[in-house]
Structures are given as C-alpha cells and as structure tokens.
Ligand binder design. Structure first.
Ligand code: PLP
Ligand code: COI
Length: 341
C-alpha cells in the first residue's frame, strides 16, 4: 500500500481530510450497523441537540507504525469504556466498547495510506465522537444520535515537540465540583477556549487548573493530566474526581512501577508543593509527555529544576518506555496493543 506523499516529519497537530470516516446512527432506540463513507459533511437539523445544548462527547487515541512495520493502536478498549461513561453522564446512548474498538480498527484500516511511517515522529490521530442529531427545543436529551470516527495524521501537540513549555495557573476553572470534569464532554472544551486563548495571548502554552472547590490543589490542564517527579524520583500524579482519567497517565503509572521500578503516588497535590518537584510533565494522547519548564502563578514564578532546555531524566525514561511500547520496540503488557494491520 502506497503512503500519501506528506512531509511527515513536519506535520502539526491539525485536521487534514483523509479518505474514509465511520458513521453510525441511533434511531428508534437502536444503533444501525454503521458504515465507512467518503462524505466528510454532517447534515443535521438546525435544532439538533448538539447545536442547541452541546450534547456531544468525544475520544482521542492514536495509531502507530511499529518498528516491524505493523499498524497498531494503544488500549482502544479504555477509550471505548471512557466514552461509555461520557455517554451515560450526558444521557446519550452508549456505543458499546466492543463495537467502538471494531469501528476504530475498520476506520484505520480504510486509511492505512495516512498512517505516518515508523520513525517519522508523526502518528495517526483517531477522533471518535458522538452528538445529539435530532431536534430538541425544550432542555432534554435528543432522541437520535450520530457516532462518527475521523482520522488525521498529526505531529506534536505543543510546538517544539519535547522542548519544555511555560504554563500559568489559571484564574478560571475547567470543571465544577460534581460536574463533568471526569468525562470527555465537548462542553468542557468549549468553556476552556477563552482561558486557553487568554493564556496564549499572554505567552503561555497552557493553563494549570486548580480544584474548583478550594483552588489550592493541582488538577490538570485543558488537554492533559499532570505528572510530577519528586527529588527522590517518585512519580506523583493528582487524584481528583473532577479531572479526566487519562489513559496515558494510567499507563505511565504502570510503566513507572513495573518497568522502571519507581514508586508512584496518586494523591492530592497542593499547589504549594509544586516548587519542590524536580520534574513536571503533561501527559495525554495528544501531549504524549510534554515537559513543563516554568509555571507562573501571578507574581510567583516556579522554575522547574529540570530547566527550559530539555525534558528531565526521569520523564525521558518514562517517555522512552511508553513510546517504546507503543511503537513495538519494548514488549507491551498483555492487551495494551491492538494490531490493525
Ligand atoms: N485531560 C484532558 C482534559 C484531556 O482532554 C485529555 C486528552 O484526552 C487528557 C487529560 C489525557 O487523556 P488520555 O491520556 O486518555 O488521552
Ligand atoms: C487527546 O489527547 O486526545 C485530547 O483529546 C486532548 C485534546 C487537547 C486534543
């Protein structure tokens, strides 16, 4: 199969229309079989639930070309389960995990020419999403839904790839206590657009959000969880009911403990503790592991000891091990890698 003629090494994290996408429709209380289509346009009523009351959720995962030339994706069952959780919280019909995984495989298979080659630094980003497609005018869930999967080749989420970024502590919250921070609802991202643009205008790559109830504990950024490395080499990651349960973070905890013999702690992280950490990183599907070099909290500057030039040594080990597993250089734990081609 011939690959598309793209400048793989210089892709940004942006959308590019690929050949095929998956579409399934929910009507009269059931999902149809779904199918691949060439048509990238969505036609829905002007009064669709998604347009009026933002009834939508999504997922994000990646397909990789491995060292030995296969195409795989990473723990798609966990994305399927998380989407089920999102749907339940938003009163949307669940698209069952098993069908979700099959549809991911089918969509990637239909777009193999777009999967970046091994070693290019790029990956195929897979975006499953669902929205209320039938008309609602009173505040209530739609009766009909569309589930779709699009794929697009991407490069690094943060410009500069593995260069440490500067972030700020946000005065805005990303989630309410007992709200929707723990699911992947489109509305969480809509409300983050002003804080992120405001951060960018002031020269920051991202926001560090604090817990919305007390504003004293670290939560996450707009699109990634935090991992911290203590001076003793312990991996610490925030535990909170209002952050997204990142699949990358859950995987890194396992990798740290079982591959690298590190101690790991999932617990509350007071903002006041942040200056004591040796390394700070963001982790997620899009972010992979992105090092943080500086955190600005109004007039306080927290300079992370690992500095502004490179990723610190412990995050580098974690990064190499995780991406080694994803690209087939390191043996994966049972069930983590789904072979597609
Ligand atoms: N936190 C938020 C708010 C996100 O949008 C994402 C991306 O999906 C993550 C964390 C990282 O999650 P994952 O590792 O499952 O991609
Ligand atoms: C992902 O990492 O897949 C996300 O959905 C995060 C988003 C900021 C692109």
């Amino acid at each position: 199969m011939e690959k598309k003629n793209l400048d793989w090494a210089n892709l940004s994290f942006s959308y590019m229309k690929t050949d095929k996408r998956f579409v399934a429709n929910y009507r009269n209380g059931a999902w149809d079989d779904g199918q691949l289509t060439d048509d990238d346009k969505v036609v829905i009523t002007e009064c669709a639930g998604v347009l009026q009351y933002s009834q939508s959720c999504f997922e994000g995962l990646k397909a990789y070309t491995t060292e030995d030339g296969h195409v795989v994706c990473f723990r798609p069952d966990l994305n399927g389960q998380r989407m089920e959780d999102s749907c339940r919280r938003l009163e949307m019909p669940v698209f069952p995990t098993e069908r979700f995984v099959d549809a991911v495989v089918e969509t990637v298979k239909a777009n193999l020419a777009w999967v970046p080659p091994y070693g290019s630094g790029a990956t195929l980003y897979i975006r499953p999403y669902m929205f209320g497609s039938s008309a609602v005018i009173g505040v209530k869930p739609a009766e009909e839904y569309q589930f779709r999967i699009l794929v697009t080749p991407v490069g690094p989420y943060f410009k500069g790839g593995a260069k440490p970024i500067v972030i700020r502590v946000s005065d805005f919250d990303r989630a309410a206590p007992h709200g929707t921070g723990h699911i992947k609802a489109g509305l969480n991202y809509a409300m983050s657009l002003h804080p992120i643009m405001d951060a960018h205008r002031q020269g920051y790559a991202e926001n560090m959000y604090l817990d919305p109830a007390t504003r004293t504990k670290v939560e996450e950024t707009g699109g990634a969880n935090f991992i911290f490395i203590t001076k003793d080499g312990i991996l610490v990651t925030p535990k909170s009911e209002s952050i997204l349960p990142s699949i990358t973070r859950r995987s890194l905890l396992y990798v740290a403990e079982h591959y690298l013999g590190m101690k790991v702690e999932e617990r509350e992280v007071p903002l006041a503790e942040v200056p004591s950490f040796a390394e700070v990183g963001l982790c997620g599907t899009a972010a992979v592991i992105s090092p943080v070099g500086k955190i600005v909290n109004h007039d306080q500057e927290i300079c992370v000891p690992s500095g502004m030039d490179n990723m610190g040594p412990v995050l580098t080990k974690l990064y190499d091990t995780l991406t080694g597993i994803q690209m087939g250089r390191i043996e994966a734990p049972e069930g983590w890698i789904k072979r597609i081609a």
